[in-house]
Design a protein. Structure first.
Length: 304
């Protein structure tokens, strides 16, 4: 979802980061999840008719479904976004002992086998499911984890976005067991962690906004349209010899199923198309978990 600059949302951000955050930190995870439905409905109401109509229409076009079906997906999508936000506040309270109640692993042997090669693993994730649960879970499981990270800057942010939301977000990220690598320092730091046989997490579905894209983005078929996807992570894997492997974090009630897939073929195949096929399968099965519905239109992610 696009982080819009608007006074009503800024007021909501202040409430979220101060009185609501303090309440969330006191409550156990179970009660926090119960609050998410209410917060999701509130966010839906505050989003405004223009934004919700835009997302609903993008969902309709992607699946050829009715407005009613698209609205049901949209409401679950906004609720998932609220859950992501609430969970993010609680991440500093997660530790190796309680993490097992939040996460179920599937296919983890693919990751372990990839690390035995000694050249690092580029994990291809997406703006799908929970924000940064993968980093939290892997870090507490003892893996050395890095993530390519990007934050909006300057006049693209309101005063509240910059000095309240982003500042508090970065403080929480500093307490997550993961090293965040700024996208501006991508190559040097990324090469270093892979040479050390560590995990590097990349968002293989891209940056979300057209202005965040560089020359590594190319058009590929996706959900019946043509969407811009990054390709630079494939060249990184090829140059370092790192294993390129997809992973998805799927929200199921009050826990997450983290699913690892066999490595993508970087030698004779087309790993970008292989990944996109997996992403499309997951978005079709769990459309409410993908965060790019507002951007899924021409002029943003789509070229036609």
């Amino acid at each position: 979802m696009i982080a819009h600059r608007n006074i009503i949302k800024d007021f909501g951000r202040v409430l979220f980061w101060y009185p609501l955050r303090w309440i969330v930190l006191i409550l156990p995870f179970g009660l926090v999840y119960r609050l998410c439905g209410l917060l999701g409905r509130l966010e839906y109401a505050l989003s405004g008719r223009r934004q919700t109509d835009r997302m609903r229409q993008n969902i309709e076009r992607a699946f050829g479904c009715s407005p009613t079906k698209a609205d049901a997906i949209l409401r679950r999508n906004v609720e998932n976004h609220a859950m992501n936000m609430m969970e993010f506040l609680k991440y500093p309270q997660v530790n190796p002992r309680n993490c097992s109640s939040l996460v179920v692993w599937e296919g983890r042997e693919h990751l372990d086998a990839a690390l035995t090669k000694g050249r690092g693993v580029v994990l291809c994730t997406a703006h799908f499911g929970a924000k940064q649960i993968l980093q939290v879970a892997l870090g507490h499981a003892g893996y050395r984890v890095n993530q390519i990270n990007y934050h909006l800057e300057g006049d693209r942010l309101s005063f509240v976005q910059k000095n309240v939301a982003q500042r508090n977000r970065m403080r929480i990220e500093a307490r997550i067991p993961c090293r965040f690598i700024s996208a501006g320092r991508f190559l040097r730091a990324a090469f270093r962690c892979l040479h050390a046989n560590e995990i590097l997490i990349v968002a293989a579905d891209g940056a979300g906004r057209k202005e965040n894209m560089d020359d590594s983005f190319h058009p590929f078929p996706f959900l019946g349209r043509t969407m811009l996807f990054p390709t630079n992570y494939v060249e990184l894997a090829r140059r370092t010899g790192a294993v390129l492997a997809p992973v998805f974090a799927i929200r199921e009630q009050a826990h997450h199923r983290i699913v690892f897939f066999p490595p993508l073929d970087t030698e004779t195949g087309d790993p970008v198309r292989q990944y996109i096929a997996l992403l499309e399968r997951h978005v079709r099965q769990y459309p409410h978990l993908w965060e790019f519905w507002e951007e899924f239109e021409e002029g943003e992610l789509l070229v036609n």
